[in-house]
Every structure is written in structure tokens, then in C-alpha cells.
Design a protein around this ligand. Structure first.
Ligand SMILES: Cc1ncc(COP(=O)(O)O)c(C=O)c1O
Length: 339
């Protein structure tokens, strides 16, 4: 099965990288508790931030959970987009927060004023994936700044989840020095391709990072993840090269999908939403593609994405073979309807 349903990296990491990690795995790496000092040092250098403004976490999901754990009490309001990364709402419910969700309309437009209005009394946290997942939308910088400024007055924290950096090259990281209520969350799961090793980080004001540190589990990131992430930070060309491959793959798939009479939506991530609803039932297309060896997703019950399938992007050759399978699947669904 080709896994185009979870936004994972589709190309293997370079052989030299895998060999270097494999060779380093030995006795003390297994027997000693993890040591991440070197990773904090190189990451701090790369992000141009003091190390005490960074906290490594077991995937970005652990950073998100820590944020709720440290800051959210029963009845606090959490502002988020709808739909967005599903765990925001799961953690909000777990910590008994009030969810203030701003929903994308059917045309995938967002009511900016409504978002700003939600950032008001009772809000403790605003959590926004930028670009958003699964809509792929990138929020305007002007709006983000307004959200952060309003939140500072409430006061509330603003967490910008940049899981899809550097597919989208915008980052609010340079804004950290100007806003003490801002946090940036990143992961090594997407462009870096370490989803199986569980490593990410959060960057923000010293005091916030300290509070997140207090609620984390001891030794929560493992030594192999630390080793691989350190190597990746030292070789930024690995992620940059993959982001280039994905952008070329996106061009190929856009051309093929539009050529088939579908509508490929613009993307700033390693996934693409393709509107198929006018041609066929998206969930039947997903099942047909699965028969052909490709896993993709549909979004039943999500109004703005109900007529879409979501496809993880990869290098151009992979997108070409997926595009051919998509064409066959559509033809077979058409034939099925005629029979
Ligand atoms: C927007 C967003 N944030 C966070 C995550 C979690 O990533 P991880 O826990 O693997 O770092 C995902 C995963 O799909 C995501 O799409």
C-alpha cells in the first residue's frame, strides 16, 4: 500500500543519513538515559534562540498536550479553527475547556472578524495550525498579528503550530522576541521524516517554556530520536531538498487532477485537497483507490471538505503514478454507474 493518507514523508531519508544513525546505535545509546544537550545547542543556533526558550517534546503532539496540561483549567476557553488538527479538540475536552471554534465555510473561507471576536474574555489559549490541517489554509500575517495582540490584552497564549514548515516557508518564529504570549510548535514528523521516532519542539517565552517543562514526563524523548534530529538540524539541506520534491510533486498532481476535470486546491503543505464531489462520491473514490494500492482520505461530515479527497504529496514520479491510478479509478466508477 502507498500511504498517502497521513501526511508522512514519501521519500526515504538519504542512505548516508540512515547508515550514520544505524552505525551510532550501540551499547550506551540503549543503556543510558537520553542526553539532548547537543540537540538543544544546534537547534538554538539554527533558530537563533537561547536554549531555555526551547523545549523538545515527544512529537509536536506532546507539546500541544503539555500546553493544555500546564495552562487549561475547567471552563477556560480555547480558540481554534474548525476543522483543524483533531487533537486540539480532544485535549480541550480532556481538560474540560470550552471550545470556541471558528468554522471554515463551504468555500473554505474563514470569518476573520469572528476569529478576532473569539479572542476575548475567558479565552486562555488560541491554538492555530498555520498552514492549517486538513484545509491547508495559510492565515494572513496581518490577522495573526492582530490575534496575538488581542490575546495579549485578554490575556491568552497563542500557539502557532507550524507542523508543515518548511513546505510553507512562512514562520512566525522571528516574532517571538516581540510577543511574550506567543509560542511556536514544530515537528520532525513531516518534512524531516521522523514520524516514527516521535520528536518535536516548542519555542516561546522563558517562563512559558519553564511551565511546559514542569508538566512533561521525565526522559520523554528517546536517544535515537535525539541522534537523528541532531543530524537533521546539522544538515538542513535534507529537509529543503524534500520540500523542493514535494513542491514539484504538487505541480504534477495539480496538472493531472485539473486535467481530469477535478479541482486541485492550492497547497502550502505536503498534502493536497482535491475537489471530486461533482464527479463521484469521495468515499467511493477512496475505496477504489485503495483497491489500486493507494491510501487517501475523505472527510465525511466536514462541510467545507465533504466533496474532497486529501492526498499526501511526494516526489513527481510518485504523483505521476498516483495520478494514473486516479484516472483509472474515476473511469471505473463511471463504468460502474453506466452498468
Ligand atoms: C497540524 C498538526 N499538528 C501536529 C501534528 C502532530 O504531529 P506529531 O505529533 O507527529 O509531531 C499533526 C499531525 O498530523 C498536524 O497535522
Amino acid at each position: 500500500m502507498v500511504r498517502l493518507h497521513r501526511n508522512e514523508r514519501q521519500s526515504p531519508l538519504p542512505d548516508w543519513f540512515v547508515n550514520k544513525v544505524s552505525r551510532a546505535i550501540g551499547g550506551s545509546l540503549f543503556t543510558n538515559y537520553p542526553a539532548a544537550d547537543e540537540l538543544y545547542r544546534v537547534l538554538g543556533e539554527q533558530l537563533e534562540l537561547p536554549e531555555d526558550q526551547i523545549l523538545l517534546t515527544a512529537g509536536s503532539d506532546a507539546a500541544i498536550k503539555a500546553l493544555f496540561h500546564a495552562y487549561i483549567r475547567q471552563g477556560d476557553a480555547v480558540v481554534m479553527l474548525q476543522p483543524s488538527y483533531a487533537m486540539y479538540e480532544v485535549y480541550a475536552r480532556l481538560f474540560q475547556a470550552e471550545v470556541r471554534a471558528v468554522t471554515f465555510d463551504r468555500d473554505m473561507k474563514l470569518d476573520y472578524q469572528k476569529l478576532l471576536d473569539c479572542v476575548s474574555s475567558g479565552a486562555r489559549l488560541v491554538i492555530l495550525a498555520n498552514p492549517n490541517q486538513p484545509t491547508g489554509a495559510l492565515l494572513e500575517q496581518r490577522l495573526l498579528r492582530e490575534v496575538i495582540e488581542r490575546a495579549a490584552r485578554v490575556p491568552a497564549l497563542v500557539a502557532l503550530d507550524e507542523a508543515y514548515y518548511p513546505f510553507s516557508d512562512f514562520t512566525a518564529l522571528p516574532w517571538l522576541s516581540g510577543f511574550s504570549n506567543l509560542l511556536i510548535i514544530r515537528t520532525f514528523s513531516k518534512a524531516a521524516g521522523l514520524a516514527g521516532l516521535r520528536i518535536g519542539f516548542v519555542a516561546g517565552h522563558r517562563e512559558v517554556v519553564e511551565n511546559l517543562f514542569k508538566v512533561r514526563s521525565a526522559h520523554d524523548i528517546n536517544s535515537i530520536a535525539v541522534l537523528a534530529a541532531t543530524l537533521l538540524v546539522n544538515h538542513p539541506e535534507i529537509m529543503a531538498d524534500y520540500a523542493r520534491q514535494v513542491s514539484q510533486g504538487a505541480e504534477v498532481l495539480t496538472r493531472m487532477a485539473n486535467g481530469l476535470g477535478l479541482e486541485a486546491l492550492p497547497t502550502y503543505t505536503n498534502f493536497m485537497q482535491i475537489r471530486v464531489g461533482h464527479r463521484c462520491d469521495p468515499s467511493r473514490l477512496v475505496a477504489k483507490l485503495e483497491e489500486k494500492g493507494y491510501l487517501v482520505r475523505s472527510h465525511t461530515g466536514v462541510p467545507c471538505l465533504e466533496d474532497c479527497i486529501r492526498v499526501t504529496l511526494g516526489p513527481p514520479e510518485l504523483m505521476m503514478s498516483f495520478g494514473r491510478a486516479l484516472q483509472q479509478a474515476l473511469e471505473e466508477l463511471d463504468e460502474g454507474r453506466r452498468d
